[in-house]
Ligand binder design. Structure first.
Ligand code: IMP
Length: 221
């Protein structure tokens, strides 16, 4: 029998939770947000890679809650800036900085840069309590504009020009963005692997007691 949940999504962001619910709905899996559990400590996102942060967030919550947990981490990588803002994307202009402050700093740092290419990356991690983690990655490459254009999306969307659509991510709709974005692609990878993931999350015989186990890599399907 395959795992039927619940799967916790380690986010307090309602928008993100809604997206994952929509994605996972066809699999008949109960999806819960962190808000549905007693509060657990915030994970310190001090990893050097998106993968390290996603794995840390997912495993921490999985251990605390004793349930399989999904978490994601994402950000913008600009080669001309040595990979910045990278894992610091949400706080590029300082702790607690707003999207417009981060954009202002990015455009300032990019002044005079001949190479304006940039890529968004997203890593989704699914962790089992006491078990391993599976990760799924997506990326999307575009060009940083000289000024903002469009009011849609969030973060760096208004300065991220995506050549195939001849528009910035701030100028396109949510569905169109999901069909090409780093997050959309990581989700597609997760979806493609979902049946295997459910087998990996096979319930232990002691599930009635709230128990769960993950198949070890060597037993893996
Ligand atoms: P997190 O994955 O929620 O920690 O997001 C990290 C940061 O990366 C966000 O605060 C944004 O600044 C940036 N970012 C991640 N994904 C996107 C996106 O799709 N559009 C614009 N900015 C993004």
């Amino acid at each position: 029998m395959n795992y039927r949940g619940p799967l916790v999504v380690a986010t307090r962001n309602e928008g993100k939770l809604r997206e994952f619910r929509e994605l996972l709905a066809p699999f008949g899996l109960a999806v819960k947000g962190l808000g549905e559990f007693p509060p657990i400590a915030e994970t310190v996102e001090d990893g050097e890679t998106f993968e390290a942060n996603a794995v840390k967030k997912a495993s921490f919550a999985a251990e605390k809650l004793g349930l399989a947990t999904l978490a994601d981490d994402s950000g913008l990588v600009v080669p001309a800036l040595g990979g910045a803002p990278g894992v610091y994307s949400s706080r590029y202009a300082g702790e607690g900085s707003s999207d417009s402050e981060n954009i202002r700093k990015l455009l300032e740092e990019m002044k005079g840069a001949a190479d304006r290419r940039a890529s968004f990356f997203c890593v989704i991690a699914v962790a089992c309590p006491g078990g391993g983690t599976r990760t799924y990655t997506g990326s999307c490459t575009g060009v940083i504009t000289f000024e903002t254009s469009g009011r849609g999306g969030f973060g760096y969307d208004p300065v991220f020009y995506y050549p195939p659509l001849k528009a910035t991510f701030g100028e396109i709709g949510r569905e169109e963005k999901n069909s090409v974005s780093h997050r959309g692609k990581a989700m597609l990878a997760l979806k493609a692997d979902f049946e295997r993931l459910l087998q990996w999350l096979e319930p232990a015989p002691f599930l009635e007691a709230g128990g769960l186990r993950c198949l070890k890599e060597e037993e893996s399907i």
